[in-house]
Design a protein around this ligand. Sequence first.
Ligand code: AMP
Length: 113
Amino acid sequence: MDCIFCRIIAGEIPSAKVLENEEVVAFHDIHPAAPIHVLVVPKTHVESIQALSEATFPLLLPIHAAIREVAVLTGIAESGYRVISNCGEGAGQSVPHLHYHVLGGRNLGEKLL
Ligand code: AMP
């Protein structure tokens, strides 16, 4: 298994977990871009949003539920947070396993759009 997130999910690589359930794991990013920077990752290996299919679209529901829960658990639900999923090399995706960055804990005033 050469996918780093699959190895984290399998427990072969340690991570600072925020939550875990049957479908999803969420853990702190090792290179945080904000005081709170958590990655929400489906346990099923899908490369990116672009690789989603009819079979894997249902993963989006537990992912979104986990994002909300992570926001509450890390104390950023009220202050606000940003969710980013880089899709493909041109967007800077460095780990080809679908994941959502949940960022908060500081003013995220700088916006791309
Ligand atoms: P992306 O560049 O959008 O694919 O995001 C991948 C993220 O995974 C980066 O922000 C990395 O810092 C993070 N990352 C890589 N390896 C680990 C790890 N072992 N534990 C936690 N985060 C990681």
